[in-house]
Design a protein around this ligand. Sequence first.
Ligand SMILES: CC(C)(COP(=O)(O)OP(=O)(O)OC[C@H]1O[C@@H](n2cnc3c(N)ncnc32)[C@H](O)[C@@H]1OP(=O)(O)O)[C@@H](O)C(=O)NCCC(=O)NCCS
Length: 152
Amino acid sequence: MLSDIDLAAGGVEMLDPVMGMWSKLTRDASRHSTHFSQYFREKSWEERKGELLNKASRGPLRIDIATHSGQELGFCISSVIDGAGEVESLFVEECSRGRRVGEALMQRSVEWMKENGARTMAVFTVYGNDNVLEFYAKQRFRPISVMLIRDA
Ligand SMILES: CC(C)(COP(=O)(O)OP(=O)(O)OC[C@H]1O[C@@H](n2cnc3c(N)ncnc32)[C@H](O)[C@@H]1OP(=O)(O)O)[C@@H](O)C(=O)NCCC(=O)NCCS
């Protein structure tokens, strides 16, 4: 466990600083996705940032960045719109996993969502990334449905 994780928090002004880690997150998603590797490979930061800015225009958006001695360990993006909280993105650098950074980010996110009026809290995860379900179950998030998608 890391003894001194620093957590910095902010709003949309902290989106660009997480771009590099977000790119690693989408590469991870592409690797794990059973049917949509290409979708995640082709997803651009500009597109994702646009979606998040749109959400920020409809409710509070929060970015948490975890560091240790100035080194970035991971990040989490959370939103609340009309009482619906969502963990938008969660990522911990590979070399820092298993040291409770993810747990610290999730706990901070859940507290923030509650403080901002969330009556429900959700997180979407890539179909095929089954391992992560155990991590989320430990934070009391459990699967409710599976969304199926096809191109138009
Ligand atoms: C999922 C992720 C955020 C976990 O972060 P982490 O800092 O390694 O997790 P922690 O050290 O805080 O783990 C907390 C608990 O979850 C468990 N856990 C963490 N990752 C796990 C995994 N992949 N499979 C099973 N259990 C896991 C830990 O063993 C620990 O359990 P314990 O309380 O019984 O000791 C991190 O592995 C990651 O960024 N993965 C790639 C991106 C990703 O999948 N993000 C989620 C997208 S929706």
